[in-house]
Design a protein around this ligand. Structure first.
Ligand code: P6P
Length: 348
């Protein structure tokens, strides 16, 4: 029996009641999203038994191969969210353009930006994968949502979260009043509060980066990782490497255990840094959560929540985790006198 009888629906409602200006629209939006998560979780957990592995033979707008589960997750979220009347537009990693709300459904005050199934290339190996979402309030006043409604800084987010399909299925979310985690009880089909007010340790013991890319790192990143590997009892070094290659899984561990997750730009061509992770529906929501948990998130020269998106699938370099660890990384960047480059590039 769940120890807590606080379901995610009840928690979202209580967060609404704590906000005097709340209208209930965000509550309805998040409730609909949890239904999509249960459907995706069921599909992911059936894995190879459901003949849903493999690719579709297509690539998405950002060049990733689209897997059948990506398509299933995309369709599930779209069908869960298109009719509720809480949204005026959606943006998905799997769709090149903004996704309008069908004319037959009412439009609402929010936009939803999401990566329907991040890390899905790992699914055949039964590695944890996830859905990432970000919610902004529309700027336009009525009708269909606009690009401007979607291209907002991460600091403007109203809510953000992720669903982690792992040994258990979890939702971790924030509406700006702290970070909370819920675990799905499959026999009941409800998410119950399992992580009250998640706070990231101020300093950690782990660093998380794809060391295979060391040849493409910029100088500050190279020097920082070497620094973490040096033995120094006073600063509790060396750190240990933990890297899964699935953002939601690597992020969730960093959020709970502390330390630092890094995906720096590919600087093989120093004149044209090529970041990988997408700003609107991967980095910004994770950065909002990390900040709400007392951590930090930087491009190296800028708080990533201050980056102004220029197009829907912009990419940015990201270093996020324990506040003290991120601060040390930023010092390496400043010391190298790296010019604050504009990383929000439309790199596809
Ligand atoms: P690499 C998965 O493809 C993903 O988008 C993120 O989930 C993950 O953090 C990253 O790419 C892994 O990239 O280059 O280390 O395989």
């Amino acid at each position: 029996m769940p120890t807590s009888m606080i379901t995610v629906q009840r928690h979202i409602l209580e967060q609404e009641r704590a906000n005097p200006h709340a209208t209930g629209e965000l509550t309805g939006l998040l409730w609909d999203l949890t239904i999509a998560a249960k459907v995706i979780s069921h599909q992911v957990n059936r894995g190879g038994l459901a003949d849903i592995f493999g690719g579709t033979g297509e690539a998405n707008v950002t060049g990733d191969l689209v897997r059948r589960l990506d398509r299933i997750a995309q369709d599930t979220i779209y069908r869960a969210m298109d009719h509720g009347g809480h949204l005026c537009a959606m943006v998905s990693e799997e769709s090149p353009d903004m996704i309008p709300i069908p004319a037959k459904f009412p439009k609402g005050p929010y936009v939803l930006l999401y990566d329907p199934l991040d890390g899905s290339s790992n699914i055949e190996a039964n590695v944890s994968i996830g859905t990432i979402f970000s919610v902004h309030r529309r700027i336009s006043t009525s009708g269909d949502g606009t690009q401007g409604d979607c291209l907002q800084k991460g600091s403007k987010q109203i809510a953000a979260g992720y669903f982690l399909y792992g040994s258990s299925t979890m939702i971790v979310y924030t509406t700006g009043q702290g970070v909370y985690g819920f675990t799905l009880e499959p026999s009941i089909g409800e998410f119950f509060l399992s992580h009250e007010r998640i706070l990231t340790p101020p300093k950690g013991k782990y660093y998380s980066i794809n060391e295979g890319n060391v040849g493409a790192w910029d100088e500050p990143t190279r020097r920082y990782i070497e620094y973490l590997k040096q033995k120094d009892a006073a600063s509790d070094r060396p750190y240990s490497l933990r890297y899964i290659g699935s953002l939601v899984a690597d992020f969730h561990r960093t959020l709970l255990y502390g330390g630092v997750f890094l995906y720096p730009a590919d600087c093989s061509n120093p004149q044209k840094p090529k970041p990988k992770l997408r700003l609107l529906y991967e980095v910004a929501p994770m950065a909002f959560i990390m900040n709400q948990a007392g951590g930090a998130a930087t491009t190296g020269t800028q708080n990533v929540l201050d980056v102004q998106p220029s197009s829907l699938h912009d990419r940015v370099p990201i270093v996020m985790g324990s506040k003290q660890d991120v601060a040390v990384y930023e010092k390496f960047c400043v010391d190298s006198k790296r010019a604050p480059a504009n990383f929000a590039s439309d790199a596809h």
